[in-house]
Design a protein around this ligand. Structure first.
Ligand SMILES: Cc1cc2nc3c(=O)[nH]c(=O)nc-3n(C[C@H](O)[C@H](O)[C@H](O)COP(=O)(O)OP(=O)(O)OC[C@H]3O[C@@H](n4cnc5c(N)ncnc54)[C@H](O)[C@@H]3O)c2cc1C
Length: 414
């Protein structure tokens, strides 16, 4: 089979690109190994809500139309949102079609699936940035009596026995899971490394309102100082809850979660944590205050809806002698949850475009060394907004324009 463009993945990013191509009358197909919104259907825990407010979630040609713009979608609501988008744009999705190989071909690319082969001139990789949990190799040193879970295998506290839980990682995922598990009555230890602390609301507005209004989310990939580092900054300590509450090391410490430093090693069943917890938390407080100052400066020069004065939050309270060693069995730890991030899986990609960490080398989504190949749905792909659903609006527009120019170039050279 031949089609002009193959899009791999029917998440929001692949669908946004499909809408752009349809608008340009570019023939294409969207290959999806499961159903539309597969990751949201199968790879998220039960209680998860988006940490971005509903008003922020929009896609090319579709805005949130519900009656709760300041609320936070549950996972079934995200699935319904993406499903309705696929239907509205009549996306040419081929479900239950797993891509097993992509190779260079005379036409451009040859895409092999478990349901046939597609040749195409241009290829859009929208297979997701979070296909697998990033579990450190020291997980191999966890005693066999201790269960191990990741955010992709954890569903709810019901999947745990009654023993204590060590949650490793304190970004959005780790901090949310630590709180939920603690509330279920199990003792929780939370290992905290580098993290991003943010309040849910500031001066009466949601933090995403501020990041949007002050231009933080529109900072471009080619303006950021250290792009590699910026693309790997942990997700902010935020939770989407109806009561719009903040969540951070302080709130968890007050609940009774035992907070320790970054997990550095495990020897003979003893977990060793960094003694630098106070410094790590101090740095996160400093960065938060710097961002709040930026919002205040922006508000000083603009008409805003922020009717409350500037505020600052309590510094993170850290024990002067945090635990640095924990014998997992003696401390009653029955489960370790690795909330240590996610990674993409490109095992099927047979075009040499990956760096040594297995990530696609690209400039704003235009893949290096592979004419006509694009990637979408990555952290800070083109702007800071790219990490979120709404980022696909401008990212897909820019990449569809580039893709069309590439096709025009092929025609003029033929
Ligand atoms: C825990 C978590 C919380 C998040 N919270 C928010 C939030 O609050 N707000 C927000 O805006 N964003 C959030 N995001 C970020 C973002 O919306 C998601 O990462 C989003 O799912 C990425 O969209 P995508 O379309 O790029 O990838 P995905 O939604 O992962 O879609 C990729 C699709 O490709 C398919 N696929 C993969 N490999 C193959 C293959 N070989 N063959 C065929 N199909 C394949 C998959 O089945 C999947 O359907 C969150 C992400 C995670 C992981």
């Amino acid at each position: 089979m031949y089609t002009t463009t193959v899009i791999i993945g029917a998440g929001h990013a692949g669908l946004a690109m499909s809408q752009r191509l349809t608008q340009r009358s570019i023939e294409h197909v969207v290959l999806e190994r499961g159903q539309v919104a597969n990751s949201w259907r199968n790879e998220r825990w039960d209680s998860l809500r988006l940490l971005t407010p509903n008003w922020h979630s929009h896609l090319p040609g579709m805005r949130y139309a519900g009656d709760d713009p300041n609320g936070f979608m549950t996972v079934p609501e995200v699935v319904a949102f993406i499903d309705s988008y696929a239907a509205a744009i009549s996306a040419p999705v081929q479900p239950q079609t797993t891509v097993t190989s992509v190779a260079a071909a005379p036409t451009g690319y040859r895409v092999t699936t478990d349901r046939g082969v597609w040749d195409c001139a241009t290829l859009v990789v929208a297979s997701g940035a979070a296909n697998a949990a990033n579990v450190p190799s020291l997980s191999e040193l966890v005693p066999s009596s201790v269960e191990m879970l990741t955010p992709m295998t954890y569903r709810s506290p019901d999947c745990l026995d009654q023993r204590g839980v060590l949650v490793v990682g304190a970004s959005a995922t780790g901090i949310q899971l630590a709180e939920e598990i603690h509330r279920s009555g199990r003792p929780v230890t939370l290992a905290v490394g580098e993290h991003v602390r943010l309040p849910r609301t500031y001066r009466g507005q949601d933090i995403f309102w501020w990041m949007d209004a002050a231009g933080v989310l529109d900072e471009r990939h080619d303006e950021v100082d250290d792009l590699v580092r910026a693309r790997h900054v942990p997700s902010p300590q935020l939770i989407g809850s109806p009561e719009r509450r903040s969540i951070d090391v302080n709130t968890l410490g007050q609940l009774g979660v035992k907070v320790v430093g970054r997990l550095g090693s495990i020897q003979d069943g003893v977990a060793k944590f960094s003694g630098g917890l106070a410094n790590t938390c101090h740095l996160a407080d400093l960065k938060m205050n710097r961002l709040l100052q930026r919002f205040d400066d922006w508000a000083d020069g603009n008409e805003t809806d922020a009717d409350e004065p500037p505020q600052r939050f309590e510094p993170t309270a850290v024990a002067s002698d945090p635990t640095v060693e924990l014998d997992l069995q003696r401390a009653g730890i029955g489960t370790v949850v690795w909330a240590t991030g996610f990674r993409p899986d490109y095992a099927w990609l047979d075009v040499p475009v990956l760096d040594r960490k297995g990530r696609i080398r690209h400039h704003g989504g235009v893949v290096h060394g592979a004419p006509g190949m694009y990637v979408l749905g990555q952290n800070l792909l083109r702007t800071r907004r790219s990490s979120y659903i709404a980022g696909a609006v401008s990212d897909s527009c820019a990449l569809a324009t580039h893709l069309q120019e590439h096709l025009d170039g092929l025609v003029s050279r033929a």
